[in-house]
Design a protein around this ligand. Sequence first.
Ligand SMILES: CC(C)(COP(=O)(O)OP(=O)(O)OC[C@H]1O[C@@H](n2cnc3c(N)ncnc32)[C@H](O)[C@@H]1OP(=O)(O)O)[C@@H](O)C(=O)NCCC(=O)NCCS
Length: 143
Amino acid sequence: MESTKPGIRITTDATQVDVDWLHEALSTRAYWALGRSRETVERSIEHSLCFSAFDGSQQVGFARVVTDQATFAWVCDVFVEEGHRGQGIGRRLMEAVAGDPRLAGLKRTVLATSSPGFYAPFGFAPLDKPERWMLRPGPAPTD
Ligand SMILES: CC(C)(COP(=O)(O)OP(=O)(O)OC[C@H]1O[C@@H](n2cnc3c(N)ncnc32)[C@H](O)[C@@H]1OP(=O)(O)O)[C@@H](O)C(=O)NCCC(=O)NCCS
């Protein structure tokens, strides 16, 4: 397992999120959120648990968890800045998610991804009975 770049700081303080960086990253470089508005990004931060990675004062990673903190959580918007990938920052973010006491003991924590191998070490596996899950698409499919 690779080691994490020294000096990386993880925080769950949502007030520290660099909204300019996050909006630019998600809306232009994250395949699932292309075109997402700044208002939507701000609203999503407000109603989620936010995990941010900083290299000094520069935000270099983010993960968001939508949850009732009792039974269910949805992990999403996991993104590491291109130049900082492969240095263990994504792993640090997911370790913070997995170790957060507000998310301990939930019946279900789910996510959707094109990179299942990244999440497998944290206990994620394909849906057991995918036919039981349903989806109501919204009017803005990229959001
Ligand atoms: C996926 C992503 C978050 C990984 O972040 P990262 O900081 O580069 O990952 P790390 O350096 O912490 O890697 C941790 C481990 O995951 C592995 N890994 C990294 N990216 C992976 C991927 N796309 N698929 C499978 N495994 C991956 C690494 O090899 C490493 O394994 P190791 O611990 O055995 O050496 C980052 O590449 C990214 O932001 N990608 C674009 C957005 C994205 O795809 N997000 C997730 C989609 S839901």
